[in-house]
Ligand binder design. Structure first.
Ligand code: ATP
Length: 234
C-alpha cells in the first residue's frame, strides 16, 4: 500500500470539514475520489500535501507516518499535487514553468525530463517559449500536470483536472491520466465529474459532506443506482 489514510479529520476553525476519512491507494493504482461541490475534496488533498492541518487520524505513505510532515518533506518523498485551477505562473514561459517543477525534487537529468514532458504533451513543445498565461485552459492543465511530473512523483494528486474544460478536452486530459497510470504513476484523482473519473479508475470513493459514503471498483460505482442518481443525473 502506498498511501493509507485512517480516521482523518480536518476543518477550518471550529468547522469540521472532514469527519474521519479512511482511504487507501495501492502502488500503481488509479483511485478516484468523487463528490459534489463543497464535499471536502480539496480539503482532503490539502491535508495530504501538508498545507492543511489535521485534527485527528493518520496519513501513512510508503509505510511512514507523515501526518505531521512538512509539505516540502512530502514532495521529497514523492508526493506531487496538481492544484485545482492549475495555478501556473502566467508571466513565465511554458518551459520555465516546467523547470520549476524539477526544482522541488531533482531528477537525474532535467533536460531529458523536459523532452519526456514534450513527448507527453506535444502542444507544450510548440508553445515552450510562450507565456503560460496565454495558454488555453486545457493547455494550462497539461502544463500543471507536466510541472508536477517533472518531480518524478510516486504519487500524483490531481485536483479536479476537468474543471472548466469542454467535454472534448476533458476526454483528452483523462486519456493522459490513463496513460500516466499505464506508465506506472500511482494517481489519486479528485473529481466532481464522477462519470469521467470512475470510468478510468480502478477503485473509487464517494465523499459526501466530509464522510465517505460508498467505495468500490470504479465500474461497480458507475453501475450503482445511488451514484447514478446523485452524480450522473440518471
Ligand atoms: P469544490 O469542488 O468547491 O472544491 P470541495 O469538495 O473541494 O469543493 P472543500 O473546498 O474541501 O470542498 O470544502 C469543504 C467544506 O469546507 C465546505 O463546507 C467549505 O465551505 C468549507 N471550507 C473550505 N475552505 C474553507 C475556508 N477557507 N474557511 C472555512 N470553510 C472552508
Amino acid at each position: 500500500m502506498l498511501l493509507d489514510v485512517k480516521g482523518l479529520k480536518s476543518g477550518y476553525g471550529r468547522i469540521e470539514a472532514l469527519h474521519g476519512i479512511d482511504l487507501s491507494v495501492n502502488k500503481g493504482e488509479l483511485v478516484a475520489l468523487v463528490g459534489a461541490n463543497g464535499a471536502g475534496k480539496t480539503t482532503f488533498l490539502r491535508a495530504l500535501s501538508g498545507v492543511q492541518g489535521v485534527t485527528a487520524g493518520t496519513i501513512r505513505y510508503a509505510g511512514e507516518d507523515i501526518t505531521r510532515a512538512s509539505p516540502q518533506k512530502r514532495v521529497t518523498l514523492g508526493i506531487s499535487q496538481v492544484p485545482e485551477g492549475r495555478q501556473v505562473f502566467g508571466p513565465l514561459t511554458v518551459e520555465d514553468n516546467l523547470r520549476l517543477g524539477a526544482f522541488k525534487r531533482r531528477g537525474e537529468d532535467p533536460a531529458a525530463d523536459l523532452e519526456r514532458m514534450y513527448g507527453l504533451f506535444p502542444i507544450l513543445k510548440k508553445k515552450r517559449l510562450d507565456a503560460a498565461g496565454t495558454l488555453s485552459g486545457g493547455q494550462q492543465q497539461m502544463l500543471a500536470m507536466g510541472r508536477a511530473l517533472m518531480a518524478h512523483p510516486d504519487l500524483l494528486l490531481l485536483d479536479e483536472p476537468s474543471m472548466g474544460l469542454s467535454p472534448l478536452l476533458v476526454g483528452e486530459i483523462f486519456n493522459i491520466v490513463q496513460m500516466l497510470k499505464e506508465q506506472g504513476v500511482t494517481i489519486l484523482l479528485v473529481e466532481q465529474n464522477a462519470y469521467a473519473a470512475l470510468a478510468i479508475a480502478d477503485r473509487g470513493y464517494v465523499l459526501e459532506t466530509g464522510t465517505i459514503t460508498l467505495t468500490g471498483a470504479g465500474t461497480d460505482l458507475l453501475a450503482n443506482d445511488q451514484v447514478r442518481a446523485a452524480y450522473l443525473g440518471m
